[in-house]
Design a protein around this ligand. Structure first.
Ligand code: NAD
Length: 273
C-alpha cells in the first residue's frame, strides 16, 4: 500500500515540488494551500488554479521504478489555511477516509514580511509571520500527529516542517521571520522527544535561498532589483531549486530516515557555514 501524506503550501514553490516528488515516489497526497491572498501581506499567495495544476502534473508523472503501482488518482487538492485547525483537520480526515490513514504531515506553507527593523514592523504583518510560519507548523503537528498515531504499531510516521537558514543566522530586517523559524527548530526538537518510541519522528529542513515567490519578495524587502545577490551569498554561488529542497523532504518522509529525529537539516548550498 502507498504511504499517505498531507503537504501544506502545495500550490507552488517548495510545497508543490514536494507534492510532485512524493507522488513520483508512489505516495498518495492531500495537497493543501490557502489558495488566496493574505490581506495582511503585500504580495500574492498561491492560487487555486496553481494548486489544481500541481495535482494534475503530479498525477501525470509516472512513479519512479520500484514505487508502488497507482491505479487511481492518488493526489487531491484541498483548500485550507494552515493556521485553521478545523480546516487543516478536514485535510487530515480526507487523507484517512480516501487513502486509509496518514504517514507524513509535511508543513511547508510559509510567508515572509519585514524589510524594516522589528520595532517598525506593522502589527498585522508581524501577526502573519508568527501565525503562519510558527503557528502553522504547530497546528499541523496538533492535527496531524494524532492521525500518525492512529496507524497501528510498528509505524514509521513522519512530522516534517520547513524552517530556514534564518532560524540560525541573524538576518537584518527579518527578525520576526527568524524568530518564527527558530521556533520551528524548537518545535521539532520538542516533538522528537515527546514522540519518543512511537515510531514517529519529527524533523525540519532549513533551506537557503531557493528560487520561489518568497525569495522574490525578500529581494523586494531588501530593495534589490532581483535575487542574484542571494545566489552570491551561498558558497555554491547559485540559488537552490524547489526540487532540491523537496528531494530531502521526500527522503525524510520515507521509512529509511528513521534514525533521524529532532534534526534541523541545512539544505542551503553551504549558506549556514
Ligand atoms: N524560498 C526560499 O528561499 C526559502 C528559504 C528558507 C525557507 N523557506 C520556506 O519554505 C517554505 C515554502 O516557501 P516557498 O519558498 O516555496 O514560497 P512560496 O511563496 O512559493 O510558497 C508558499 C505557499 O504557501 C502558501 N501559504 C501561505 N500561507 C498559507 C497559509 N496560511 N495556509 C496555507 N497555505 C499558505 C502560499 O499560498 C504558497 O502557495 C516556507 O515555509 C518558507 O518560509 C523558503
Amino acid at each position: 500500500m502507498s504511504r499517505v501524506a498531507v503537504v501544506t503550501g502545495a500550490a507552488r514553490g517548495i510545497g508543490a515540488a514536494t507534492v510532485r516528488g512524493l507522488a513520483a515516489a508512489g505516495w498518495a497526497v492531500v495537497a493543501v494551500d490557502r489558495a488566496s491572498d493574505d490581506p495582511r501581506l503585500p504580495y500574492s499567495m498561491g492560487t487555486e488554479a496553481e494548486l489544481r495544476a500541481v495535482v494534475a502534473s503530479s498525477l501525470a508523472v509516472p512513479p519512479d521504478s520500484g514505487a508502488p503501482h497507482r491505479d487511481t488518482a492518488r493526489v487531491v487538492a484541498h483548500v485550507a489555511d494552515t493556521t485553521d485547525a478545523d480546516a487543516l483537520g478536514a485535510a487530515v480526515s480526507l487523507a484517512e477516509e480516501q487513502f486509509g490513514g496518514l504517514d507524513a504531515m509535511v508543513a511547508v506553507a510559509g510567508v515572509i514580511a519585514g524589510g524594516v527593523p522589528l520595532w517598525e514592523m506593522p502589527g498585522d504583518e508581524l501577526g502573519a509571520v508568527l501565525g503562519v510560519d510558527l503557528g502553522g507548523p504547530i497546528t499541523a503537528a496538533r492535527v496531524g500527529i494524532p492521525a500518525l498515531l492512529r496507524r497501528p504499531a510498528p509505524r514509521n510516521g513522519r512530522f516534517l516542517a520547513v524552517a530556514s537558514a534564518a532560524a540560525s543566522r541573524g538576518l537584518p530586517k527579518l527578525a520576526a521571520y527568524g524568530a518564527a523559524k527558530a521556533g520551528v527548530a524548537g518545535l521539532v526538537r520538542g516533538l522528537a522527544v515527546e514522540l519518543a518510541d512511537t515510531g514517529i519522528t519529527a524533523n525540519a529542513v532549513s533551506p537557503g535561498s531557493t528560487a520561489t515567490a518568497i525569495l522574490e519578495e525578500s529581494a523586494r524587502l531588501y530593495g534589490l532589483g532581483d535575487t542574484r545577490s542571494f545566489a552570491d551569498q551561498q558558497p555554491i554561488r547559485r540559488l537552490l531549486t524547489p526540487e532540491e529542497v523537496a528531494a530531502v523532504l521526500v527522503w525524510l518522509a520515507a521509512p529509511a530516515s528513521g534514525a533521524l529525529t529532532g534534526a534541523v537539516i541545512p539544505v542551503d548550498g553551504g549558506l549556514s557555514l
